[in-house]
Design a protein around this ligand. Structure first.
Ligand SMILES: CC/C=C\C/C=C\C/C=C\C/C=C/C(=O)SCCNC(=O)CCNC(=O)[C@H](O)C(C)(C)COP(=O)(O)OP(=O)(O)OC[C@H]1O[C@@H](n2cnc3c(N)ncnc32)[C@H](O)[C@@H]1OP(=O)(O)O
Length: 243
């Protein structure tokens, strides 16, 4: 699957809805056992959640957006398929979350790229299921530091902490992902799928049992004046940096 939402693959409501529907089709296709997730945009895997979906929007619209973010995470994290992230660009916040739901992460070894959950840098807080996905990936202590600082890691740093599994030159990323997929698909599906589910079920069940309160929590947090102000400042910083 190639992410195509120019310019930076930000995760808008429409894009998330289209992504989930495409993933569901593959999940139901018995001939499809694995997916390589990559970006069709230069330099960026995904810029994370579309900030415009959280800025100046009605509570109803924010709720609809958050349900779509939950759906994307649930579909990816609980997929029966082998999902390999070929991270061919920067992958902050929601982009990092998306990468962490995959079974294996291969990143281009370009020092200009970065990956991490940088929410606190925007004045917002990574929700519990973002946090738990990271704990399940790199451990508790590393997550505590990463989340409080809103740390973005270079590919080498990300490899050191286990946030990605392998670095390769960018022009070798799909070939390496394909070789890796062959190895993962050599394991009998049922045994691998049950093992994956055993590892991830507690985190998935936790969000499933708290979906509505999590949406309410998000809407009440994101629509608060000081949070809107922080997002507005971050957006103008992004635009200014460009000029
Ligand atoms: C108690 C807790 C309760 C509840 C929880 C509450 C809240 C938690 C909620 C949500 C969690 C949030 C998760 C997120 O994912 S937030 C998004 C974070 N993303 C970022 O910080 C990335 C920002 N972008 C960048 O750093 C760069 O754009 C990037 C490195 C990705 C690419 O750089 P490049 O130089 O190639 O492009 P730019 O010129 O910067 O960008 C082009 C264009 O795109 C706009 N842009 C960039 N990122 C976003 C985005 N995430 N959303 C919307 N728009 C974005 C950028 O402004 C430029 O626009 P323009 O100037 O108009 O061309």
């Amino acid at each position: 699957m190639t992410l195509q939402n120019p310019p930076v693959n930000s995760l808008s409501l429409d894009f998330l809805t289209e992504f989930c529907s495409a993933l569901e089709k593959l999940e139901m296709d018995k001939s499809c056992r694995g997916v390589i997730l990559t970006s069709g945009q230069p330099k960026v895997f995904s810029a994370g959640l579309d900030i415009m979906e959280m800025y100046g929007k009605s509570p109803e619209r924010c709720g609809e957006f958050w349900r779509a973010v939950q759906e994307m995470w649930l579909k990816l994290y609980s997929s029966n398929m082998v999902i390999i992230a070929a991270i061919n660009g920067s992958s902050p916040a929601g982009g990092c979350l998306m990468s962490m739901t995959c079974d294996y992460r291969i990143m281009a070894d370009n020092p200009r790229y970065s990956i991490g959950l940088n929410e606190t840098q925007l004045g917002i807080v990574a929700p519990f299921w973002f946090k738990e996905t990271m704990v399940n990936t790199v451990g508790h202590r590393t997550t505590e530091i990463a989340l409080q600082l809103g740390q973005l890691y270079s590919p080498t740093e990300a490899l050191d902490i286990g946030l990605v599994d392998k670095l390769v030159p960018e022009d070798q990323i799909i070939a390496t992902a394909t070789q890796t997929m062959t190895k993962w698909l050599a394991v009998p599906d049922h045994a691998r799928q049950i093992t994956k589910s055993m590892m991830r079920k507690p985190t998935i069940d936790k969000l499933m049992s708290k979906r509505e309160p999590d949406i309410q929590n998000f809407v009440s947090f994101i629509t608060k004046d000081p949070i809107q102000k922080s997002l507005g400042l971050y957006l103008s910083m992004l635009k200014k940096r460009k000029s």
